[in-house]
Design a protein around this ligand. Structure first.
Ligand code: M5T
Ligand code: MG
Length: 595
């Protein structure tokens, strides 16, 4: 909850440091900015010109019954309107174009940065928040670039022009128009503060609604299984109501503010007609000037009203950019060495030397772990849940940095290798298989065109996945849903094996799933594993000890430490932890057999 709140904090409407950095994104599109400003000056200048033209029409043409000049002025009025419309179109088009181009760049930058971040970052950052950066936050910057910056200029330009025209026409009447300003500023000030509060409320309740929906829809099977629909609906209604009320409140402020501005501007117009009318009677002012002034006064209030909305855009954009830059500045990246070592010839020896590691400071997960795997060997790691088996794998792939000790491949510290080179050697078949939405084919070669159709089929056949894939309506082109939702656990496992085989890694790591599959699939998987392991250095993490009896070495982990090490027979003879584990499973099997 508090995290969400920090997401909703609104800061200043203008922060020069942030703005400076934001402008670096505008730099590549300088020509659009120049064009927009150019169009802006014209658009801003054209509107205030019209009341002045009317003044001439009334005072000169109409007063003197001069048809010719009246026609000319009417034509000028029309042309200026036409010009304004065309330029307005250009202005809108180019500013939107620029805005879209800038946020495209930003999204690319954020995504590519996020891909570089170490797992440690994702351990502490919910996915939803990163998605919000790329969508909502970037979108509010679009508003800043496309309508914010340029339009603020145009509003200021218009106000300035109107001022120039008004004061050149009549000083008294200008003062009358300005006399309403304090009230207008005060109303704007109040409105801004209230809208800002309600905006924050709206965002907060929206975030709540989103995360609630996401979680409940994600866990729909649990909701239905436990018949929680009614309760969930009631809760949702509550959250939805808060969101609705927050929205109504913010609409309410707009509903008050706009009419207030209207009333103030009508008041100014009335004052001008009353005072100016008197002056026209006295013949100290022409009718044309009075007429022009009424128009200027009406024109004057719109940009001022709009500016308060621009203020909100600026404020949201500043808060969004702050969050985006914070993400872009996150340095949770595992660095590549300056002078990377390349393995000239891979043999396949893996060494852990006194490795100590913690995900969070002070909570040691691995203590002084040392072992060696000779080239081509298969080593198994066993141990209770939470013993640190997966963590060993994470370290070998250098997903996390170790505090003490070193990990060597063929005698080279993995810290001295480029991450890319290191990970090219390794393939990990994870505990929970991750499939991407796409096709079966694409999930086996991960859309790497170097691995062709025949290699995909060969790999699938070798791990025994070919049969079930061939029975699918679309075979290898069968669509896979997000996370492989339409496939069984065993099928997903086989596909991930095919993926590993297709990539033909030098080092293979299997992190066996605890989930059990039927005997037939189990046999398939066992056979697949055998094929995967042959001829490469492998690490197998297994819960079923039957999988690993033939390993060259078995490492027994307990609470982050290696307690026993040896072959199956050696460890049984020791009558230690492994022996106990083995007995337990053996007993289990006896029970299931007799049952
Ligand atoms: C060992 C903690 C976990 C446990 C210990 C992967 C991971 C683990 N841990 C974290 O804090 N963050 C992480 O990202 O580390 O966990 P493990 O290495 O995953 O244990 P395992 O693979 O032996 O267990 P299992 O259940 O897979 O057999 O305290 O909290
Ligand atoms: Mg594990």
């Amino acid at each position: 909850m508090r995290e969400q709140l920090s997401d909703e904090i609104l800061g200043k409407a203008y922060d020069s440091k942030l703005m400076k950095r934001l402008l670096t994104y505008v730099k590549p599109y300088k020509k659009y900015v120049v064009l927009a400003i150019f169009l802006n000056v014209f658009v801003a200048g054209l509107a205030p010109l019209r009341p002045y033209l009317t003044k001439i029409a009334i005072d000169t043409s109409i007063a003197n019954k001069d048809y010719e000049s009246l026609t000319l002025i009417t034509a000028l009025l029309f042309i200026s309107l036409l010009f304004q419309a065309i330029m307005q179109y250009g202005l809108t088009y180019f500013t939107q174009l620029m805005g879209q181009k800038i946020i495209y760049d930003l999204r690319v930058q954020i995504f590519s940065h996020v891909q570089k971040l170490a797992l440690k970052f994702f351990d502490k950052t919910p996915v939803g928040r990163i998605v919000t950066r790329v969508t909502n936050d970037v979108e509010s910057l679009n508003e800043l670039f496309s309508s914010g910056i340029v339009m603020v200029f145009s509003d200021l330009f218009i106000i300035m022009w109107i001022f120039v025209f008004m004061f050149s026409l009549s000083f008294d009447l200008s003062l009358i128009t300005l006399s309403v300003l304090p009230a207008l500023f005060y109303a704007t000030f109040l409105f801004r503060r209230k809208v800002r509060e309600s905006y924050r409320d709206v965002r907060f309740h929206l975030a709540r609604l989103n995360s609630y929906m996401q979680e409940r829809v994600g866990g729909i099977s649990i909701v239905q299984l436990f018949n929680k629909q009614k309760r969930e609906l009631k809760k949702f209604k509550g959250i939805n109501k808060d969101y609705r009320d927050a929205n109504i409140k913010s609409v309410f402020y707009y509903a008050i503010f706009y009419p207030t501005v209207e009333i103030l501007s009508s008041l100014a117009v009335a004052l001008i007609i009353w005072y100016g009318g008197g002056k026209v009677f006295e013949s100290t002012m022409t009718l044309g000037i009075l007429f022009a002034f009424v128009q200027y006064t009406e024109m004057f209030f719109r940009p001022i009203r709009d500016l308060s909305e621009k203020y909100n855009i600026m404020q949201t954009a500043m808060a969004s950019s702050e969050r985006i830059f914070k993400l872009l500045d996150d340095k949770t990246i595992i660095p590549d060495p300056e002078k990377p070592v390349k393995l000239s010839e891979f043999r396949g020896k893996i060494e852990f030397k006194n490795v100590t590691f913690a995900y969070n400071e002070g909570e040691t997960v691995l203590k002084n772990v040392s072992f060696t795997i000779e080239p081509g060997q298969t080593v198994a790691i066993v141990g209770a849940t939470g013993a640190g088996k997966t963590s060993i794998v994470n370290l070998l792939s250098r997903f996390y940095e170790i505090e003490q000790g070193e990990i060597l491949i063929d005698g080279v510290n993995i810290k001295n290798m480029r991450k890319e080179d290191l990970r090219k050697l390794i393939c990990v078949v994870l505990q929970d298989v991750l499939l991407f939405s796409g096709t079966i084919k694409g999930n086996i070669n991960l859309n790497n065109s170097a691995i062709g159709e025949s290699e995909i089929k060969k790999a699938a056949a070798m791990v025994g996945a070919h049969n079930f894939i061939n029975n699918l309506p679309q075979k290898y082109d069968e669509k896979v849903q997000e996370k492989g939702a339409t496939l069984s656990v065993g099928q997903k496992q086989l596909i991930s094996f095919a993926r590993a085989l297709a990539y033909d890694p030098k080092i293979l790591i299997l992190d066996e799933a605890t989930a059990s599959v039927d005997t037939e699939t189990e046999i398939l998987i066992q056979q697949a594993i055998k094929k995967l392991l042959s001829g490469r250095t492998s690490i197998v993490i297994a819960h079923r000890l039957s999988t690993i009896q033939n390993s060259d070495k078995i490492i027994v982990m307990h609470k982050g430490e290696i307690k026993e090490m040896g072959t199956h027979q050696e460890l049984l003879a020791k009558r230690g932890i492994y022996f106990k584990l083995y007995q337990l499973q053996y007993k289990d099997q006896e029970i299931t057999k007799t049952a």
